[in-house]
Design a protein around this ligand. Structure first.
Ligand code: AMP
Ligand code: MN
Ligand code: MN
Ligand code: MN
Length: 298
C-alpha cells in the first residue's frame, strides 16, 4: 500500500494537523469540518496551538457527517533554543494533565503576546495589541494574528514577509518563548491517553545532525511518532524522514497544517506515506472504512 498519490474511495484519508479560529486558522471549527468532508477527508484532527477550544463546536458540526474527529492539539515546546511543535492526538480532552499544561501554555502565550505588542509599538507599529486582538477575535493571540494585522496596515505585503521582517528570531517583534519542555508535552498527552507526535520536522531549519538529535531526544523521552507527510514536501524529504522514523521505532503521521484556504495547501491533499513505516493510527479503532476494506482492495 505504498506510493498512493490520489484519493481512493476505498482508502481512509487521514488529515491529522489543522487549525481553526480557536487559534490562528481562518475557518471556524464548523467551516473546517465542512471543508474536510468536501475534500474527502475521513479522519480529521483539529490541532490548534495550545488549545482544544475548537473541538466541541467541531464535534457538533461533525455529528451525522461522514467524518471521524480525533481530539488534537499542537503544543509549543522549547528544545535547545528552538521552538518545537508537538502534536497531541487521541487524548481525553478533559483530562487534568492536559488541561493544566494547556492553561499554563496559554498564560505564557498571553504574556509573550503583550511583550511582542510592546516591542512592535517600540519599532513604530501603532496599535499592535489592539490590532492583533481584532484578528484573534477573542481567541488566543498568536504571531499569526500579529502578522495579519501588520499586513493589513501595509507594514509588509505578505504574512511570510512580516515574519521575516518583524517576528522571527533577531527581529524587532521577536520575543524568546518560554514554552514547556518536550518531555512535559509528551507526558501530559500520554497521561491523558493520547499519542505525541513531532510536528513538521523539516520546518525547524535544523541541520541533519541537529534534527536527528531532536528525534533521538523525543524518542528517548517516550514520544510516539513524527509527521513525515505534509502538503508542501518533496518525495525525497519524505523518504529521509521515514528513514529517521524507522531508525528510532517512531510511528509516522500526516497532516496538511491547513490554516486558511489558499492555492498550495489544502485539507487532505498530497498526504501519503512512504513504504516501510507504521502509521500513528495503526492501533486506532477505525469507525468508517475498516482496514479490512483496504486489505481487500490491495
Ligand atoms: P506562535 O505559535 O504564536 O509562535 O505562531 C506560530 C505560527 O505562526 C505558526 O503556526 C504559523 O502558523 C505561523 N508562522 C510561523 N512562521 C511563519 C512564517 N515564516 N510565515 C508564515 N507563517 C508563519
Ligand atoms: Mn499556526
Ligand atoms: Mn506548527
Ligand atoms: Mn500547525
Amino acid at each position: 500500500m505504498t506510493g498512493i498519490h490520489v484519493k481512493s474511495p476505498l482508502l481512509t484519508l487521514y488529515d491529522l494537523h489543522s487549525h481553526t479560529t480557536a487559534s490562528d486558522g481562518a475557518l471556524t471549527p464548523s467551516a473546517l469540518v465542512a471543508r474536510a468532508v468536501a475534500m474527502g477527508v475521513d479522519v480529521l484532527a483539529i490541532t490548534d496551538h495550545d488549545t482544544v477550544a475548537g473541538l466541541e463546536e467541531a464535534g457538533r458540526a461533525a455529528g451525522g457527517l461522514a467524518l471521524t474527529l480525533v481530539p488534537g492539539v499542537e503544543i509549543s515546546t522549547q528544545w535547545q533554543n528552538h521552538e518545537i511543535h508537538i502534536v497531541g492526538l487521541g487524548f481525553d480532552v478533559g483530562h487534568p494533565a492536559i488541561s493544566a499544561l494547556l492553561s499554563s501554555q496559554r498564560e505564557k502565550r498571553l504574556a509573550r503576546a503583550r511583550t511582542i505588542a510592546q516591542r512592535l509599538e517600540h519599532a513604530g507599529i501603532a496599535d499592535a495589541w489592539a490590532g492583533a486582538n481584532r484578528f484573534a477575535e477573542d481567541q488566543l493571540v498568536t504571531r499569526g494574528h500579529f502578522a495579519r494585522y501588520l499586513v493589513s496596515i501595509g507594514a509588509a505585503d505578505t504574512v511570510a514577509k512580516v515574519f521575516k521582517k518583524y517576528l522571527s528570531k533577531g527581529k524587532p517583534g521577536y520575543v524568546p518563548p518560554q514554552w514547556c519542555t518536550i518531555p512535559e508535552a509528551i507526558h501530559a498527552v500520554q497521561q491523558a491517553g493520547g499519542q505525541a507526535v513531532v510536528a513538521h520536522p523539516g520546518r525547524y531549519q535544523l541541520s541533519a545532525k541537529w534534527l536527528k538529535r531532536l528525534l533521538d531526544d523525543f524518542a528517548d523521552a517516550g514520544g510516539d511518532g513524527m509527521e513525515v507527510a505534509l502538503c508542501q514536501q518533496s518525495p525525497q524529504e519524505k523518504t529521509i524522514l521515514a528513514g529517521y522514523a524507522r531508525e528510532r521505532g517512531l510511528l509516522v503521521s500526516q497532516g496538511s497544517d491547513f490554516h486558511q484556504p489558499c492555492d498550495w495547501i489544502e485539507l487532505g491533499r498530497k498526504l501519503w506515506l512512504p513504504g516501510g513505516v507504521e502509521p500513528i493510527w495503526r492501533d486506532w479503532p477505525i469507525t468508517r472504512r475498516t482496514e479490512q476494506s483496504i486489505v481487500a482492495e490491495g
